[in-house]
Write a protein that binds this ligand. Sequence first.
Ligand code: PLP
Length: 379
Amino acid sequence: MNLKIYLDNNATTKCDEEILNAMLPYLKENFGNPSSLYSFSKEVKDKVTEARKNVAKLLNAKESEIIFTSCASESNMSAIMNAVKNNPTKKHIITTKVEHASIMETMKYFEIQGYEITYLSSDNKGRIDLTELKNSIKKDTLLICVMMANNEIGNLYPINEIGEIARENQILFHCDAVQAVGKVKIDVQDMKIDTLSLSGHKIYAPKGIGVLYVKKGISFTPLIFGHQENNRRGGTENVPYIIGIGKAAEMIIKDDYKSVEKLEMLRNQMEVKIQNGIEDVYFYGDLKNRLPNTTNVAFKGLKGEELLFVLENYEIYVGIGSACNSKNAEPSHVLKAMGIDLSNSSPIRISLGKYNTEEEIDKFVATLSRVVKMLRRRK
Ligand code: PLP
């Protein structure tokens, strides 16, 4: 029996058995290189094509617009680098204060290179202001870079409107859709997105596989030169993992977001139970417009880290923001941007996934309630 209660699905998800089984033959007997000319490799090549078709379908993109990468961090960096290369005379980029570290660090790099970066502010619910976005546009703005959904608070950002603004002003629009995919319908054409990033390990495929969508007509300079991926990313294809992310896309299409409704119901029930069972709780983020699986919640007088470590003793796993930040216990840049006072209490992030059950949630809330009371008594 598996006693662990895993509630950190925004950090990573468990690989789905169906996905794993689709991958396994390509780690065993079907090990051919898709570039080889003999028929033994033909099936492998066809499988990569099938995966590309499924990912393209999920995004309403063309197969030729999909590049498989090693992770979404690579996709993000590659997209930003490319926007810069495509606009050698322009020096200004607009992003937000609440992006993932892979975007923030790339922006820092370009700041050091002399580029001007406008970081759109966030209100106390983590929302951005489209008027501020419009007012920030300059003659030499080369890129608008806004995530679809926030990994810490779950907020959904107004991507349709941002796409419209970017297109009207003939500025490239890059969207990090890592947390949104599988939970929110994505249509790169409707949303007027020029480049977009995805990651396999947030949708029940393994870690170490990503996707970069590049709209047809945008010239693309690879980060790694080579003939693979239609000359846009060198390196022998990571065939089993590409098949894995393709299968994940196929499963999302088949499910047609039905399981998302269940996930949202479970999350909402959990929040009611927390609210009713524990005193002085604060829910953060845009509660009316957020991912169906994410809760960011603080308990008066308690730090997220202490809760995380005590819950771990009960084999319950939650997050405290970005997975990459958890170790260094730095205050979250997202919560800081929201102006939240973290001196007395700080939140935990609970992110549900498709394997969580009502029984698990009940056990979790009961344990959380006991832990909060115990920690508060000790203060
Ligand atoms: N963008 C967001 C919003 C994320 O949450 C993550 C991972 O946590 C990434 C990008 C990076 O994804 P990867 O681990 O595939 O590099």
